[in-house]
Each structure stands twice: as C-alpha cells, then as structure tokens.
Ligand binder design. Structure first.
Ligand SMILES: Cc1cc2nc3c(=O)[nH]c(=O)nc-3n(C[C@H](O)[C@H](O)[C@H](O)COP(=O)(O)OP(=O)(O)OC[C@H]3O[C@@H](n4cnc5c(N)ncnc54)[C@H](O)[C@@H]3O)c2cc1C
Ligand code: FES
Length: 285
C-alpha cells in the first residue's frame, strides 16, 4: 500500500505533509527558557524562504510545532529559536547536536520586504517575537542603502530574557539600526529603559507618509502598539503583524488555525493591521 501525499510543495515538488529528516548541528541557550537550534538537512534539498515564514518541526515520538525561521535567508542551515512551553517545544529544546529532527516547510506569507524598500521601517518585537523579525533585520542590513531610517524597539520581560545579545550590540554599534530596548522588570544594575514597549515609540521620529511597521509579540502587545501607531497617523495598511494560532496541517487543510475568514498558516502568519485589527478585537475568535 502506498500513502498518497495530500499536498505538494510548490518550490521543491515534494510532499508538504511529510517531514524531511534533518539533524541538529548546534544548540545555544539564549534565554532562561529559550534555545536556538542550528539544523541541517540529512540530504541536500532545495530550500529557500523569505523572512517571516515558519517551519513545522517534529520532535520524533512527541509531536510537531510551528516554529519561525530566525536565521538569515540564503544560509545553508536552518536556525530556529524555541521557547520551552509544553511537550513538543520541551522535546525540541532538549535536542542535542546530531539528534534527528523533522522539518516541513517553509510555510506562510512573510514580511513585506519589497514594499518596505524605499521606506523608513519601525520594527517592534516583544519577547520571542524578535525571532521571526530577525531574518527581516538581516535582509535590511544586507540591502541597507535601499531602506530609509530603521528602528528596532524590543521589549523583554527581564534583562536575562533578551535574545541575540551580541548581534543586537553589533547592530547598535554599527549604527545601521536605531536600537531601543526596554524590560518589564529589572534590578539596579540595568541601565536601560523599564516599561512596556509602547513607551519606546516616543524615540521614533516618524514620517507616516513613508513608514512601514512590522510587529511581532504577544497579541495584546501588538494591539497596543498598532493602536499607538495609528494614533500617530500611520495607516492601518502600513502596519504588518505576525499572528500565532495553534497549527496542525500548516497547509490550509484542517482549519485549526482559522481566525474569522483567514487561515493563519496559509494567508499569514503576516497580515496587515487593516485585515487583522477587526478580528483581533473579537474575543471569541
Ligand atoms: C506561525 C507560528 C510561528 C511560531 N514561531 C515560534 C518560534 O519561533 N518559537 C517558539 O518557541 N514558538 C513559536 N510558535 C509557537 C509554538 O508553535 C507553540 O508554542 C508550540 O507549538 C507549543 O507546543 P507545545 O507542545 O510545546 O506546547 P502546548 O502544550 O501545545 O502549549 C503550551 C502553552 O502554549 C500555548 N500555545 C501553544 N501554541 C500556541 C500558539 N501557536 N500561540 C500561542 N500560544 C500557544 C498553549 O495554549 C499552552 O498555554 C509559533 C507559532 C506559530 C503559529
Ligand atoms: S493549520 Fe491546518 S489550516 Fe492552518
């Protein structure tokens, strides 16, 4: 008996519902509850992705989870930063170098990198929301002259939860991005800003006629940031956010990720606030 694949990956022609065998090559402890894995395909396969897309990662024998691609596009290895919140993410974050892991993807519609060219860009990340935004930052840095002013506003719970510290320091030092960080709670040794990420918006000198905003983090944070941006006059079609819902198939078949008329896996995860704003304010959805 042969199992028929239900969907074909448009890029590689391979079945999109069957994980490809990969191996973990590196594991880095990034924050108290988050690890970054560097993953390599067991066999060389065509794989390309755009910033903001995600993979379904399989911890064999445990299950599968949607995890954003957080490395630079065009790199041989896949980079994923994972927070240990439940059974699958726990198993994934325990994987060690040379352990097998399954990968399906890449899936979804990512950040509007072409639309953002020629514009100023405000990137607002909350917690692990920096992971799916990091490929967008790499993309901007690789084509820096094609973008106007770029701000990164990043909020973490505590100083020790700040991800990618050395890279952020490098971005800050090189001055190609205006980096602003805030934490919710800090000791006396934290010299930076304390408070919610919306408090950092005052650091942005925004020309609303030529600005694109990219937001990723807890939904409540994205709602508040989007509301502040619209109050400043930024159009709802210029605000992009990445949504999270529980995923199963990731290819628009099962309806698990449905939010109103949108399937987050297929139509997103990145949407305009114009499209998502009305759905985000409905409690039952
Ligand atoms: C497009 C997309 C990209 C994602 N990218 C990342 C990433 O880069 N790194 C990362 O660590 N996680 C990411 N997630 C979230 C990740 O998929 C879930 O945290 C994971 O599936 C949890 O599985 P689990 O078995 O470990 O925990 P579960 O037992 O399934 O859940 C543990 C807790 O997390 C909550 N939860 C589970 N899934 C989600 C979700 N999708 N959104 C909000 N809350 C959820 C549950 O309600 C529960 O409270 C992403 C999700 C989506 C949809
Ligand atoms: S996860 Fe199945 S339709 Fe989106």
């Amino acid at each position: 008996m042969s199992l028929k694949p239900t969907a074909i990956d448009a890029r590689s022609g391979a079945p999109a519902d069957v994980p490809k065998l990969c191996y973990v090559r590196k594991r880095r402890h990034d924050a108290p509850d988050a690890w970054t894995l560097e993953i390599e395909f067991a066999e060389s396969v065509p794989f390309s992705y755009t910033p903001g897309q995600f993979n379904m990662l399989t911890a064999f024998g445990v299950g599968e989870s949607a995890i954003s691609i957080s490395g630079p596009p065009g790199q041989g290895r896949l980079i994923h930063t994972i927070r240990d919140v439940g059974p699958v993410s726990h198993a994934l974050t325990r994987l060690a170098p040379n352990d097998p892991v399954g990968v399906r993807g890449p899936f979804g519609v990512g950040w509007p990198m072409a639309t953002a060219e020629g514009q100023d860009v405000v990137i607002v990340a909350g917690g692990l929301g920096l992971a799916p935004l990091r490929p967008a930052i790499y993309h901007i840095l690789s084509r820096r002259e094609h973008f106007g002013d770029v701000w990164l506003l990043y909020g973490a719970r505590r100083p020790e939860d700040i991800l990618y510290r050395s890279e952020i320091e490098e971005w800050r030092k090189k001055g190609h991005i205006d980096v602003n960080i805030t934490v919710d709670h800090a000791g006396m040794d934290w010299p930076g800003h304390v408070g919610v990420v919306t408090g950092l918006l005052s650091h942005v000198n925004m020309d609303v006629s030529r600005t694109i905003a990219m937001l990723c983090g807890p939904e409540v944070m994205m709602r508040f940031v989007a509301a502040s941006l619209t109050e400043k006059g930024l159009g709802v079609g210029r605000i992009f956010l990445s949504m999270e819902r529980n995923m199963k198939c990731a290819i628009g078949h099962c309806g698990h990720c449905q939010l109103g008329p949108a399937f987050i896996c297929r139509d997103g995860p990145v949407f305009t606030f114009e499209r998502m704003g009305p759905l985000m304010s409905v409690k039952e959805l």
